[in-house]
Design a binder for this molecule. Structure first.
Ligand code: MRU
Length: 353
């Protein structure tokens, strides 16, 4: 693995160490989260970001929450802390499905443990929570690897690949989703060029994707978001590959704001458009993209470029962090289980069964 975005250090009394992504690429700084409040802040302010990475971090957040228990506390109190802390951590960001998926999985596993072993100690419950968080971490690493292997064939020799935001190692516990496909193609000796949209307003493409690809020695060129159509017109883009934050039952996909416009541009230019995401990003409880909650972020992210105000004071700003790409514009979804061509409700439920 090239970059480790997050790492649990120690046992049940340990802490979560993150690469502080707010400071890349200027500084490579690690951040230690020793309580749920610190982790909540890290998720909210994008020190840790990307749907899978948020999910894995939140699972470890529940290990942190359990550290507040007293040895004399019973299992019921342990489950109460888990329920309350899950709610709290889930409120950090509303769009990425992996956050809710991971919290729910850890909590349900703890409940099953308590139901099966009602005489166990609270320390044993803490160990169960840590073991489940570790399992989620390991599975994420494995899912990323498989996504890379399953999607590699979509990168042809000498191709130009356009990606948006960052769906790399920084966004997961493993090697990423969309970028894992690129890392795998690179490993297999293919030559190709990646165009990384800079991804306004927080520049995850310019700051993070370009940083990762450069380290992997993959040919990468950063473009402003509004240049994609021109590159497509010039014939420089052979495929678009992005990650996802939540995929509805019908295949509509939430990803970083700007992904939707890329999907329309790709359709117009006859360019295949791929989404790479693990099964933990699917939310079959919702029918279509219209039901996916879209995070609205601070106006300051748009009003300032670094420390410089670029929008006049008093002017309204709208800053949705994600948009929805319609399933009909997605050529295929690449998961750890394989590839869903022309995704729709039937093919998705069959794939995930
Ligand atoms: O706001 P962010 O940086 O968390 O948004 C991240 C994305 O949109 C990614 O493309 C998505 O989470 C997939 S990460 C494998």
């Amino acid at each position: 693995m090239i970059i480790q975005a997050l790492k649990w250090i120690g046992g049940t009394d340990g802490f979560l160490e993150l690469i502080d992504q707010r400071r890349l690429p200027a500084e490579f700084v690690k951040l230690q989260c020793r309580d749920t409040e610190a982790l909540f802040e890290a998720i909210k302010t994008l020190a840790v970001r990307g749907a899978p990475a948020i999910g894995v971090s939140a699972a470890y957040g529940l290990v942190l929450a359990m550290q507040k228990l007293n040895p004399s506390d019973g299992l019921e109190q342990g489950l109460k802390v888990l329920a309350k802390s899950s709610q709290y951590l889930a409120s950090a960001r509303p769009t990425a499905a992996n956050l809710f998926w991971a919290l729910e999985r850890v909590r349900r596993n703890a409940e099953e443990f308590v139901a099966g072993q009602p005489e166990a100690t609270v320390q044993k419950l803490r160990e169960v929570v840590l073991a489940e968080a570790n399992a989620i971490y390991r599975e994420d690493v494995d899912m990323c690897r498989r996504i890379g292997q399953n999607g590699e064939r979509f990168i042809k020799e000498d191709a130009g690949i356009l990606t948006h935001c960052n769906a790399g190692a920084l966004a997961t516990a493993g090697e990423g989703t969309a970028l894992s496909v690129m890392f795998e193609a690179h490993k297999n000796g293919k030559k190709f060029r990646v165009y990384a949209d800079e991804t306004r307003p927080l520049l995850q493409g310019a700051r993070l994707t370009a940083w990762e690809l450069k380290q992997a020695e993959i040919d990468v060129t950063v473009i402003c978001d509004n240049m994609a159509a021109y590159l497509m017109k010039q014939g420089r883009v052979d495929a678009v590959i992005t990650g996802a934050d939540r995929i509805a039952a019908n295949g509509d996909t939430a990803n970083k704001i700007g992904t939707y416009s890329l999907s329309i541009l790709a359709r117009e230019h006859g360019i295949p458009f791929y989404i790479a995401a693990p099964s933990s990003t699917f939310d079959l409880s919702i029918k279509s993209g219209a039901e996916i909650p879209i995070e609205q972020r601070s106006a300051d992210e748009v009003a300032f470029f670094g420390d410089i105000r670029t929008v006049p004071e008093g002017v309204d700003i709208y800053n949705p962090a994600f948009d929805i790409t319609e399933a009909r514009d997605i050529t295929a979804i690449i998961t750890e289980r394989g590839v869903i061509e022309k995704p729709n409700a039937g093919s998705i439920s069959g794939h995930l069964r």
